[in-house]
Design a protein around this ligand. Structure first.
Ligand SMILES: N[C@@H](CCC(=O)N[C@@H](CS)C(=O)NCC(=O)O)C(=O)O
Length: 206
């Protein structure tokens, strides 16, 4: 069984939705912060960066990094068809967008939500945030351009779309994002229409 350490609405959402869509055997442990904002000590022993998602694999080993987890989960559950297999057509684009979402868009989100972590100058946090919002819109523009009519980046639902839908939901103004890029809205709606994905989405709203 997989054990996913999570916080509702955080980056664990995409991994949880993918585990559900793959029909994997998993449990979710929702972490709460202590009053000082830190996580329980037991979690630091599992992931010294104290970040979610953190995934404990069925063999007991620990994985961090959402993009890597999602690639691995797809490989372990090929019958779910949520990624082109290694060597298959579409695999290169699958890897490209999986890493793009993690490195570019997720990175911009972290700067937007935790700007103070990206400057030693307390007065500079607002600037970090403003630039992150601009960068994010540019990154969404690139993604939307590649998506074309969509709704799915690789022509059928894959982990990439699940990851992208989560990142869309974190945009500072989701309404404006979807008005600017209706194809992102089509993609989002198609992802959350998937029954198992929807279940994970709803659980994260509790
Ligand atoms: N590169 C990591 C980033 C994970 C990350 O930064 N997660 C955030 C939540 S979305 C987190 O746990 N931050 C620590 C905190 O909230 O204190 C990944 O892709 O999994």
């Amino acid at each position: 069984m997989y054990t996913l350490y999570a916080r509702n609405g955080a980056g664990s959402l995409a991994v949880e939705a993918l585990l559900a869509a793959c029909g994997a055997d998993y449990k979710v442990i929702v972490l709460n912060r202590k009053p000082d904002g830190s996580f329980e000590d037991f979690f630091l022993a599992i992931n010294p960066k104290a970040e979610v998602p953190t995934l404990v694999l069925p063999d007991g080993s620990v994985m961090t990094e959402s993009a890597a987890m999602m690639i691995h989960i797809c490989e372990q559950h090929p019958a779910a068809g949520l990624a082109p297999a290694p060597g298959a057509p579409g695999r290169a684009q699958f890897l490209r967008w999986q890493v793009y979402l993690a490195a570019a868009l997720y990175g911009s989100d972290l700067r937007l939500f935790y700007p103070h972590r990206y400057t030693t100058d307390a007065a500079g946090a607002e600037g970090v945030k403003a630039r992150a919002a601009e960068t994010m819109m540019h990154e969404f523009a690139i993604y939307a351009d590649a998506l074309g009519e969509g709704p799915f980046m690789l022509g059928r639902l894959s982990a990439v779309d699940i990851y992208a839908a989560m990142l869309c939901s974190w945009a500072p103004d989701v309404g404006e994002l979807f008005a600017t890029y209706p194809n992102l809205k089509r993609m989002y709606d198609a992802v959350v229409a998937h029954e198992a994905v929807q279940k994970a989405w709803v659980r994260n709203e509790t």
